[in-house]
Design a protein around this ligand. Structure first.
Ligand code: CO
Ligand code: CO
Length: 307
């Protein structure tokens, strides 16, 4: 139903009797110094694509690369503990896995889920929709500051909280908003994923910078020259599809920052009967309305300071 001919956050197959199965895989090198927290991030990140498709995770397989000569198994067991904690909190059973000896540690999961309601594809933005985001940006910049040993305790704890948070509640919110399209914000940054959502469709997205949440200290580190190479590549390739002014450039760099385990980006109809604060309170979820979808005028994305 969803596969390589229309790449999305996860692949979906119909296994009969109306049962739809969604599958995804994600693994990466350490992004936090604390092994337990890294394990948590890897699990939350792998689960994210399932939620972005509208799925409920049911089982996962663990993938481990470990330099057994150089790094102790105590550290690995911390990583695995973190992964297990998040998988348990998602109600997703780890039912197996595979590990190999490797120079650089890597950790992640292949996850299987079930889609009970709608399949949420990324390419279905509708003119008149509003655009919502459920996690603040800046995790790439802060992870880079951590590697350079200049990140504050506050920034580290905030980015850890952001990256370990599950997107399950965000999917609930998207369903209540009657979403037309969903994706999760990861390696291509907000702008890269948004441009992917737009695809060839005849729509433009207005982004209102005043409404875009950013993790504390990310702007400060960026001003001090901290900007990961992946984010720089995102920024360079996003440029041709967006309109912005020179004084907005540093914020556009944050919009291009490569995220790990970012939030859901949700396009949903403009419906005055929906109370966003109520959804946010009830679900215990942060959600920001960051833009809207209009008919194509010229560019794919317009960067606007405030609505
Ligand atoms: Co994704
Ligand atoms: Co992915």
């Amino acid at each position: 139903m969803v596969g390589l001919d229309s790449p999305d956050d996860g692949g979906v197959i119909d296994i009969g009797n109306g049962i739809r199965v969604v599958q995804t895989v994600d693994f990466f090198t350490p992004i936090l110094d604390n092994p337990f927290d890294w394990g948590k991030v890897a699990a939350a990140n792998a689960l994210s694509d399932i939620y972005a498709m509208g799925g409920t995770p049911i089982s996962s397989l663990q993938l481990v690369s470990w330099p057994r000569e150089d790094l102790s198994f105590e550290i690995l067991s911390e990583v695995l503990k973190g992964g297990l904690e998040i998988m348990q909190s998602a109600g997703c059973n780890i039912i197996g896995g595979h590990s190999i000896d490797d120079k650089e540690p890597k950790y992640g999961f292949a996850v299987t889920g079930i889609i009970n309601d709608a399949i949420y594809k990324k390419r279905n933005l509708q003119v008149g929709d509003k655009l919502f985001l459920t996690k603040p940006l800046g995790s790439g910049i802060i992870s880079s500051a951590i590697k350079k040993n200049i990140a504050s305790e506050k920034a580290i704890s905030e980015v850890t909280e952001v990256m370990t948070a599950l997107n399950d509640k965000a999917l609930e919110a998207a369903k209540e908003l009657n979403a037309n399209a969903i994706t999760d914000v990861t390696g291509f940054g907000l702008l890269g994923h948004l441009i992917e959502m737009i695809g060839d469709s005849e729509v433009t997205v207005n982004i209102y910078l005043d409404n875009v949440p950013v993790i504390e200290h990310a702007k400060e580190y960026l001003n001090n020259g901290v900007y990961p190479s992946g984010s720089k590549r995102n920024f360079d390739s996003a440029k041709e599809n967006i309109i912005y002014s020179d004084d907005q450039e540093s914020f556009v760099k944050i919009l291009s920052d490569a995220q790990t385990s970012g939030g859901l980006l949700i396009s949903a109809p403009n419906d005055n009967s929906i109370d966003l604060d109520d959804i946010s309170d009830r679900l215990g979820l942060n959600i920001w309305e960051i833009g809207d979808i209009v008919s194509r005028y010229k560019n794919k994305v317009n960067i606007i300071n405030s609505k």
